[in-house]
Each structure stands twice: as C-alpha cells, then as structure tokens.
Design a protein around this ligand. Structure first.
Ligand SMILES: Nc1ncnc2c1ncn2[C@@H]1O[C@H](COP(=O)(O)OP(=O)(O)O)[C@@H](O)[C@H]1O
Ligand SMILES: [Mg+2]
Length: 370
C-alpha cells in the first residue's frame, strides 16, 4: 500500500485516503457464442492522499484516468474495492444509513453538469430547502427561506429575492452552478469534491466560479478536492497537485513547483499539451510528442502504466511499478528515472534489478521537445 501523501498540511487531515482501490466488473457478451465474459476495469489502484481544512488540492489527469471514480468513492456513492477513506480518522459504517447520511453531509460532491444536477421542474428554493430539511437544519418555512436567501448571497446570486423562485431554465449555466454550489454548502460540509465544476461553462464565467470555490475554502475552512483535466486551472487554483494516470497517482507536490519543474514524463506531457498563451505569443511554444494512447484499464500495462508512452522508458519500467521517490520534502514522483533518490516506502525496490539503460535525469524539458 502506498504511503499517504503528506504535505506539511495545516493541522490534522480531514480526509485520509489510504491505499484506495476501485475495480469495476463488466460483462461483455460474445455475439457468436453468446458466452458472457467477465472483465475487471482497474479504475483506481492503490492511491493515498490527504485533504486539509482551508486547502485546495487538485487531482489532474486525462479523461479516463479514474478521477471521477475517486470523487465517487470519496463521497461513498461507490464503495471502495479495497483501502479506506477516513473522515477525521473514521470511516462510516456502510451498514448504518444514518452514518452514511452524516458522512455525505460532511463530504459534498459538486458535479460538472449544472444542467443535469438540477431538476428542471423545481425552483431554486426547492433545491436548497431539500437538504436543509433532510438534515434537520431548519424548523419552519420562514427559517428555511431566510437560510436560502443567505446561501444565495453567499454564492453571489443577488438580488437573492429575485432568484429564489426561478426555475433552472431561467438561469444561465454559471448561475445554475452557483445554485449547485449553494446546495452543497447548505448542510455546512467540511469537504467539497468538485468534479470538473467549470468544464461545461462558458470560458467567461469559469474564473468567477473557481474564485467562488476559493472564497468558500478560505472563509469556511473547507477542504476542497478540485478534479480537472486542465492543469493550467489546477495550477492557478490549488496549492497542491496530484497527477493521475491510468488509475494511479504518478506525481504530487506544490502546484507551482510541479508545473515549473515537472518530474514525471507524464506531467511534462500534460504541461506541454496545455495551452500557454504567453509562449504562443512569443512563438516559443514547445510541444512534446505523445506516442500511443491511454492504456486499457482492463489489462493495464505492467510496471509503470505510462511506460508504453514514455519517451524515457527503460527495461525496468515494464517490469516493476515504481515506488514514490522524494524529490524534496513536499514533492514526490513514481518514476524510475529518480531511482537513486530517497523512497517514501523504504525497501519497496530493494529486490529490483538496476536500470539496464542509463538515462539522464530531466526535469523541465525532454529530449522529445521540438
Ligand atoms: N460504473 C462503471 N463500470 C465500469 N467501468 C467504469 C465505471 N465507472 C467508470 N468506469 C471506468 O473507469 C475508468 C475511469 O473512469 P473515470 O473515473 O470516469 O475517469 P475520469 O473521470 O478520469 O475521466 C474508465 O475506464 C471508465 O470506463
Ligand atoms: Mg470524470
């Protein structure tokens, strides 16, 4: 099991994810023989990290890397196959509905699509009153209305009295996402998991929604897991990045450091693929070649899952999953290129053969840059 990702976080961790694994069983029928074949999708494999109050951590990776699965398991909408998710050191007893309900009120999920997450036939007031009633947070109709007005003001949907009785189709995409955020914070959670919260919105409103989330994190000391495929927004928005590829976390560190000096070749690839307006204006945009595609999670590659696409792959990369190598106290990567730096898991690579090919360590640029 991987060691927890321990940045020098402010205080006790709110959420501790230990060796989390989620596999899905899928059944496919062969149309000729009509035989059914069972396959296992390795959506998330043995990941560990922590979330702290008043802090935003971004989980970044391409589509299909397992990010949403992490979000669903963190909110116990899906159960982990193995490993654990602890809130203030305790996992809910999944057999007790009240414990699961209490956990879910503390760990709220905000989804990508504000169009789908609100019911078109119900007003804003209905959407916000429901969680308040379910969690017994208001006693009367008038108290509910006053609380809803306060929530709408908190997410800057003003004048609140004009918004409260509107139907979702009367609001813009950004306003709908603000309602979804108000609904998530209505029950005073400790943790928000925001799964691509701005990717379906107009570019012009994305920043204001991210700023709103940031404001809530600071004001209410929430822990936020910002799930995104967009490393540029993650850098702007989060203190720390967790870089995910094919169900595993390959690198983690302070956002600025990971984006300025990415250690893992996959992180370098993500950064090189991200639009950089400054570089294109200067005509100095560098792009790294990315041979291959995302691997199948039914039969993921052996060893390092990125090795079939990695421009620096060595023999060992196909044989053994790299452990965490510490680049410094708060930045680590799972990559054999760093095989001579200290490991987070002592002994994990003790029996492994030495790398066959000597490769020069790189951080910023790579030999495939054009
Ligand atoms: N309920 C499910 N049943 C089977 N496979 C699933 C299910 N949910 C997700 N997956 C698979 O798990 C992998 C990771 O998916 P997901 O977590 O949605 O990735 P991301 O959010 O990074 O795009 C994908 O291969 C996806 O097809
Ligand atoms: Mg997703």
């Amino acid at each position: 099991m991987t060691e927890p990702d321990r940045p020098d976080g402010p205080g006790e961790a709110l959420i501790r994810v230990n060796g989390l694994t989620k596999h899905y069983t899928v059944r496919a029928r062969n149309l000729r023989s009509l035989a059914t074949r069972r396959s296992i999708v390795h959506a998330v494999d043995d990941i560990s990290f922590e979330l702290f109050p008043g802090t935003c951590i971004a989980l970044v990776g391409e589509s299909g890397s397992g990010k949403s699965t992490v979000g669903r398991v963190l909110t116990y909408l899906d159960r982990p196959t193995s490993g654990e998710v602890l809130l203030r050191g305790k996992a809910p007893n999944l057999k007790k509905r009240s414990e699961v309900r209490n956990y879910r009120s503390q760990v709220q999920l905000i989804l990508q699509d504000p169009y789908a997450s609100l019911n078109p036939v119900h007003t804003v007031a209905y959407h916000l009153e429901r969680p308040l009633r379910i969690h017994d947070m208001v006693k009367s109709k008038s108290e509910a209305r006053a609380t809803i007005i306060r929530l709408l003001e908190e997410v800057h949907l003003t004048p609140a009295a004009q918004v409260i009785d509107k139907l979702p189709h009367e609001l813009s995409g950004g306003q709908r996402q603000r309602v979804a955020i108000a609904r998530a914070v209505a029950v005073q959670p400790s943790v928000l998991v925001a799964d691509e919260p701005v990717s379906m919105l107009d570019v012009s409103v994305r920043l204001s929604i991210l700023n709103l989330l940031n404001e809530l994190v600071t004001k209410s000391r929430l822990a936020l897991l910002y799930i995104t495929h967009d490393i540029a927004s993650a850098r702007y928005f989060a203190e720390r990045l967790l870089v995910m590829y094919a169900g595993e976390i390959l690198e983690s560190g302070p956002s600025e450091e990971v984006t300025q000096s990415p250690a893992h070749p996959y992180t370098q690839l993500l950064i090189s693929a991200a639009p950089d307006p400054d570089a294109s204006a200067r005509g100095t945009r560098r792009k790294m070649r990315a041979p291959g595609e995302n691997p199948s999670l039914i039969a993921p590659p052996s060893g390092c899952r990125f090795h079939p696409r990695c421009p620096h792959a060595m023999d060992i990369c196909a044989k053994s999953r790299p452990p965490r190598f510490q680049i410094n106290d708060s930045h680590w990567t799972s990559c054999w290129l760093f095989g001579d730096t200290p490991q987070t898991q002592p002994g994990a690579a003790a029996e492994l053969p030495a790398p066959q090919k000597k490769v020069t360590k790189t951080t910023g640029s790579t030999r495939d840059e054009q």
